[in-house]
Design a protein around this ligand. Structure first.
Ligand code: FES
Length: 105
């Protein structure tokens, strides 16, 4: 099962999650990484869930069209929309204190 390391502000939160877990879905039912993960729509439209991947990016699928649309060049900086990712391997994430602005609908 994937181990998620989640950095937010001064905190680091580590927990094992089930295979194919989606962190926004989990936060929605108040499981880790709730209450630390900021998120909104759960559908790739608001960018509130954007996190920078600092470990394990090689195991993630390529960004989908919603991530391309919302994140643009920030994908090259390591940002992903975690609502669009179902985890199968360990990953380390950082969520900025200030959300990225959405790039439009
Ligand atoms: S929660 Fe809105 S884009 Fe991920």
């Amino acid at each position: 099962m994937p181990v998620v390391t989640f950095h937010k502000g001064e905190g680091t939160f580590v927990e094992e999650v089930p295979d194919q877990a989606n962190l926004v879905v989990r936060a929605g039912i108040r499981k880790y990484p709730w209450p630390h993960l900021r998120y909104g729509c759960g559908m790739g439209k608001c960018a509130k869930c954007a996190c920078r991947v600092i470990g394990g990016a090689e195991h993630l699928p390529a960004p989908n069209w919603k991530e391309e649309k919302q994140l643009g060049g920030r994908i090259a900086e390591g940002y992903r929309l975690v609502c669009q990712i179902w985890l199968t391997h360990d990953v380390s994430l950082v969520q900025d204190d200030v959300p990225l602005p959405p790039r439009g609908v």
